[in-house]
Design a protein around this ligand. Structure first.
Ligand SMILES: Cc1cc2nc3c(=O)[nH]c(=O)nc-3n(C[C@H](O)[C@H](O)[C@H](O)COP(=O)(O)OP(=O)(O)OC[C@H]3O[C@@H](n4cnc5c(N)ncnc54)[C@H](O)[C@@H]3O)c2cc1C
Length: 112
């Protein structure tokens, strides 16, 4: 059972994972590298990382994520089931359980 499941591996999801880990939470994060970030030829406005390319930025995000104990599932979430006390999350053929869920507005999920 994870404390928090994070769906989405863009800057928002990875930031959430890093912060949850810093607060001693057991974290699982789902998703593939953000295509929005990978497709950005350059990112001029991220504080501390001036004029970094999208590919480099995604690499820096993943490097930072690796410094945590967050369990990374490089697959899309197919469904989330709310079970009252916790959530059950399906990715591929596997099911994972977490007490809390962090997901982003744009994600396309089957919610039940
Ligand atoms: C070409 C381009 C250039 C850009 N340049 C800049 C810039 O210079 N400066 C700037 O501030 N912003 C820029 N942006 C915008 C920036 O990319 C977004 O604001 C940023 O990516 C949003 O981050 P996010 O983590 O919220 O979402 P995203 O980066 O969209 O990440 C969402 C994540 O969720 C994952 N996901 C989706 N569905 C599922 C699922 N069912 N299960 C698991 N994972 C799922 C995706 O794979 C992805 O990893 C640019 C965007 C584009 C397209």
């Amino acid at each position: 059972m994870y404390d928090i499941a994070i769906i989405g591996k863009g800057p928002a999801g990875i930031s959430a994972a890093i912060n949850a880990y810093a607060r001693n939470k057991k974290v699982i994060i789902f998703g593939q590298d953000s295509k929005k970030i990978l497709w950005a030829p350059s990112i001029p406005n991220y504080a501390g990382l001036p004029n970094i390319t999208g590919t480099e930025f995604m690499g820096r995000l993943n490097d930072h994520l690796k410094t945590t104990d967050a369990f990374v599932v490089n697959q899309n979430v197919l469904a989330v089931y709310s079970l009252g006390t916790h959530f059950s999350i399906q990715a591929g053929t596997e099911m994972y359980e977490a007490k809390k869920l962090y997901l982003q507005q744009e994600l396309i999920l089957k919610r039940q």
